[in-house]
Design a protein around this ligand. Sequence first.
Ligand code: UD1
Length: 416
Amino acid sequence: MDKLLITGGVRLEGEVPISGAKNAALPILCAALLSAEPVTFTNVPRLKDVGTLLRLLEQMGVKVERDGETVTLDAAQIAEPVATYEMVKTMRASVLVLGPLAARCGEARVSLPGGCAIGARPVDQHIKGLEAMGAEVKVEHGYVHVKAPHLKGTRIVTDMVTVTGTENLMMAACLADGETIIENAAREPEVVDLANCLNAMGAKITGAGFDVIRVVGVPALHGATHRIMPDRIETGTYLCAAAVTGGKVRLTGALTSSLDAVIVKLIEAGCQIQSEPDAIRLVAPPRLTAIDLRTAPYPAFPTDMQAQFMALDCVAEGSAMIRETIFENRFMHAVELQRLGAEIRIDGNTAMVQGVEKLEGATVMATDLRASASLVIAGLVAEGETTIERIYHLDRGYERLEEKLSALGARVRRAS
Ligand code: UD1
């Protein structure tokens, strides 16, 4: 199993490009299932999760052509509307095939994802929404079986804001009879990117980016070309990496408007941020100020940036309170950060972080994708060498991580 070795203490400086967004690419690639015509996607990040999803689509009979960051999917024939446990257990986002398969094939058999390192993560809202649209859903032997010969537009109010739930229902509604109204919808920029792609394929969606989304069903979607939006979490992660090392970076191909809550916190911590039409610059102070934060659905502070900000607070001046409101078990990185010398106390969904003068390199274990990113950030500022084990998590969501960090001057290498 690969590990990452980081020698801390280098101020990050320079320019790196931001890749296409993982959390936009995954639902958008699934959208190809809704059309019998080929759909082409550009700016598709080269990530393990994307590879997993393409394999899953291939298993169903979708023709996949990949040339670097361009992927063309032809779902003229869907032989088997099935996502097995073997696929879903490696990547929860596989559940995003449920809505499109139900709509296009009138049936689907998708494994329940089960829990993961950060919490229980049920899919009851996806199921309730499909049932409201007239689907017959049975959960048997760990699989969700959907029969939906005629999905009908309806009004759906989700119990909580769910990103992939909103995406699944929005995709299913594209081919339903009549109008579907999704209330309490997720407003994440990735939902908007998916809606833009679906509309380019002939769907009739309005309201994406707001908490009420309206979808007027159409008989069929056609082919299209769509460019995946930049990854706001990757952008935020590099901003944090630069901030913690007192660095100065310019990230190209970034979309600043999707990062407001993160930028506000970086400015509060003492960084200077400058937005350009297609890039973002950060200049860090010699020492950051600790900042409180509370995660919540977009446009509030993203849970996917919580771990990275905890790493910042660990070496900042003062103390900070971090509240995680989305996932019940998303502080796994705290104990690993403590191994580097961080002072963190956890009480339920709240972490109290007391900034220390310095962290010291040690061997730590990555537990999930964003937790891994926080360990990388801590390793960049820790004295001596930090070894991060189980970095396959990082490969799921960060394209060419070592290459990009090295381009900014970091001393980082991968070892088997
Ligand atoms: C997506 C993101 C993930 C991010 C998360 C929250 C993708 C591929 N993944 O995950 O990176 O951390 O949003 O911003 O886009 N819930 C239920 N029942 C449901 C659905 C959700 O109880 O049917 C709960 C979850 O357990 C969680 C909360 O709702 O506590 C939000 O989860 P959700 O927005 O659905 O997360 P994902 O879409 O899985």
